[in-house]
Design a protein around this ligand. Structure first.
Ligand code: NAD
Length: 484
């Protein structure tokens, strides 16, 4: 673990749009001019990426913490460093198998012949990342790009300048500019980035910006993977143990102070249990993070603008009649001075409250009641399809009804967040919460061209299809119809 200088005072210099375009065209030229990187080179790139993360773990942790105001070191280790190292280790172990052309059955009428599905690098992949898990969301897509044999350009977020400078520095130490480039972070670069005709673009960020990115990419017919946000519901069934559900939801909400794309955004509980459940949530939040804003486990809000946005959401909910449970007021200088937003339960939330109309992305948790099991399903289906959905209970029939009748990016049953860490499962949204998928082999497949190849045999009868069409084609068509 390196303990060297922390790049906190070195802003990432923008290379300028012209330099960005030159770097991009160079990558494209190489990707067209050179043979696809063999297994050994891809494994070597993964090894170098691992070295970037492992050798600079402490520096990344400190740079991210400085960017946030404070970021829990444990949360950085678990949700960023370990996450990326797990992706790298898994990919290194399975890459040989992923890269092998896959045998595909041949329909009888084309026999004797064979089919193979051949994975190929797409070329140059663009990666645009948000600030909330800056290491995970720049480098997990980079792992997918490397395994699939692509070159990559990474555009980190302008809200984490120290992290971005450190990423650029450490990537440049281990990678040639012909392999991976970390660009500047200013607005001009962000906009220019999306106009480049990448072979694939992975964007992680808000639904609003995702729409702009998809529009810009569409002009080049650049395929996109969009990992977006939205309001992810938690449904507490009548069969649930309220205290266990409250504890697990409190954890899912307060990790990274709620600045998590798949954090539970609001909770629906049986109507009679709203106050009881809100009280349990409040108590579990205090048990986990205490009442002292100086708690090192509790992460700061990334900017004053976001802090003010969260304050306004609470004020609006209060004005509209919600009951607010907080260890302290967000205006308290001890909290506000550290940009730590007090964990806030909003009991009795209603649809007219702003907190129920936009993604919260902070430690506020609205709770409201439902009268029958159909209501939460109808509520979810009346809104944008969410990135995640959480269901708590022991009634399997009720659970299966929710699973069958709602569509979301992913689901964790009887807990929060953990579906994102299942490396053998795809991670993705659906519709307004995203499109395309990655993690593990799913990332390899998303960033490869899976090219179907048909190998004709010397002995098959395809020549019978050629004109002049005589009786032989009639015979062949009869056989084909019989087989179809
Ligand atoms: P954002 O959409 O504001 O920014 C994301 C990235 O896009 C940043 O790098 C930003 O500089 C860049 N950007 C901004 N405007 C752009 C433009 N016009 N053209 C090109 N790029 C542009 O999101 P954010 O505030 O950084 O992150 C929070 C959002 O990200 C939340 O909505 C959250 O749910 C979502 N998110 C989703 C996932 C996921 O995996 N689905 C993960 C983390 C965060």
């Amino acid at each position: 673990m390196a303990t060297g200088r922390i790049a906190v005072d070195q802003p990432l210099k923008s290379p300028g749009v012209r330099a960005l375009e030159d770097a991009f065209h160079r990558l494209v030229e190489l990707s067209r001019g050179e043979a696809p990187p063999p297994l050994a080179l891809r494994l070597d790139r993964l090894k170098r990426l691992k070295a970037v993360v492992a050798a600079n773990e402490r520096r990344f942790e400190q740079a991210i913490s400085a960017d946030f105001g404070h970021r829990s070191a444990i949360e950085t280790a678990v949700a960023e460093t370990m996450f990326v190292l797990t992706e790298i280790g898994h990919a290194a172990k399975h890459l040989k198998k992923w890269m092998a052309p896959q045998r595909i059955p041949t329909a009888l009428q084309f026999a004797p012949a064979s089919n193979r599905l051949m994975p190929q690098p797409l070329g140059v992949v663009g990666i645009i990342a948000p600030w909330n898990y800056p290491l995970q969301l720049t480098l997990a897509p980079a792992v997918a790009a490397i395994t699939a044999g692509n070159r990559a350009m990474i555009k980190p977020s302008e809200l984490v300048p120290r992290f971005s400078a450190l990423l650029a520095e450490t990537i440049a130490q281990k990678f040639e500019a012909s392999e991976i480039v970390v660009t500047g972070i200013d607005e001009e670069i962000a906009r220019a980035f999306t106009t480049l005709p990448f072979d694939h673009l992975i964007f992680t960020g808000s639904t609003r910006v995702g729409r702009l990115v998809a529009e810009a990419a569409g002009r080049n017919l650049t395929p996109v993977t969009l990992e977006l946000g939205g309001k992810s519901p938690a449904i507490v069934d009548a069969s649930a143990d309220l205290d266990t559900a409250a504890q697990r939801i409190a954890y899912g909400k307060l990790l990274n102070a709620g600045q998590t794309c798949i954090a539970p955004d609001y909770v629906m509980v049986p109507e009679a249990a709203v106050d009881d459940f809100a009280g349990r949530l409040h108590r579990h939040m205090q048990k986990m993070y205490g009442t002292d804003p100086d708690n090192a486990d509790y992460t700061s809000i990334v900017s004053d603008r976001h802090y003010a946005r969260l304050e306004a959401l609470v004020t609006d909910a209060t004005d509209k009649g919600a009951t607010i449970l907080q260890p302290s007021s967000p205006t308290d200088p001890g909290w506000k001075g550290r940009r730590k937003f007090p964990p806030t339960v909003i009991a009795g939330a209603t649809p007219d409250m702003t907190v129920m109309q936009e993604e919260i992305f902070g430690p506020l948790l609205p709770v409201f009641g439902y009268r029958n099991a159909g209501e939460p399903i109808a509520y979810v289906n009346a809104h944008d399809r969410p990135l995640a959905l959480y269901w708590f209970g022991s009634d399997n029939a009720a659970r299966d009804e929710v699973l069958a009748r709602t569509v979301s990016g992913g689901v964790t049953v009887n807990d929060c967040l953990f579906h994102v860490a299942q490396i053998n499962q795809p991670f993705s949204g659906v519709g307004p919460s995203g499109t395309g998928a990655y993690h593990g082999e799913w990332g390899f497949r998303s960033l490869s061209k899976l090219k179907p190849v048909f190998y004709r045999s010397r002995f098959n009868r395809l020549a019978d299809l050629y004109p002049p069409y005589g009786t032989k084609i009639a015979r062949l068509m009869k056989v084909m119809r019989l087989l179809s």
